[in-house]
Write a protein that binds this ligand. Sequence first.
Ligand code: ADP
Length: 208
Amino acid sequence: MSDYVVGISGGIGSGKTTVTDLFAKLGVDIIDADVIAREVVEPGTPALKAIVAKFGVSVLDESGKLNRAKLRTLVFADIEIKNWLNQLLHPAIRELMMMQIQQAKSKYCLLSVPLLVENKSYEWVDRVAIVDVDEQTQLQRTVLRDKTNEQQIRAIMSAQATRQQRLAVAEDVIDNTGNREDLIETVSQLHQQYLKLANQKNGELNTD
Ligand code: ADP
C-alpha cells in the first residue's frame, strides 16, 4: 500500500495524461478519478442498477452500458436528479479510489483528478502537483488532440478553475510549456523528491 498520495491536476489539455504516463513508466501506480468514475457504472455494478431502476433501460445503449450523454441530459435539466446521482456516485467513487490506493504497490502513488482544485473533498492528499501551461498552449494542444473547435474548448476551460486558482494550491508546479524532453526531466526530478517525502512520512509513521 502507498502511504503517500500525490494529487495531480491541471486544466484540460495541460498534459495530465502525458505526465502521469511518464510517472507510470517510472513504476509509479496511477489512480485516475476519471477511470474510476466510469468503472463504478460498468454493467453489473450496484450504481448502474440503481440508475436503471430510477430512469429505466432507456439510459443504456445497445450493449447494456450506460449512455453517459443521455444521463447528462437528464441531470442537466434537474437539480434534484443531480443531487440524487451525486449521492449515489460519490461514495462509490470514493470507496473504489481508497481500495485502489490501498492496493497500490509503489512507494507513493499519484491520484489524478481533473477537478481536484474545484473539489474540496480531496484536501486529505499528502501533496498537490499541478501541470501548468499558459491558456493559449492549453487551447492549441486540446484543439489538436480532440479535433474540435476553439469555442468548445473555451467553454470547458471557463467551467474549470482558473490558472491562478490552480497555481494557488499547487505545492509543485509541473511546467509543461517546453518540449517532451524537458517534461521527462521535470518528472524524474519530482519522482526523486516524492520518493524522499514518502520515505520521510513512512519513517515518521513507524516511530509513532
Ligand atoms: P490532459 O490529460 O491534461 O487533458 P494531455 O496529456 O492529453 O492533457 O495533453 C494534451 C495534448 O497535448 C496531447 O495531445 C498531448 O500529446 C500533447 N502534449 C502534452 N505535452 C506536450 C508537450 N510538452 N509538447 C507538445 N505536446 C504535448
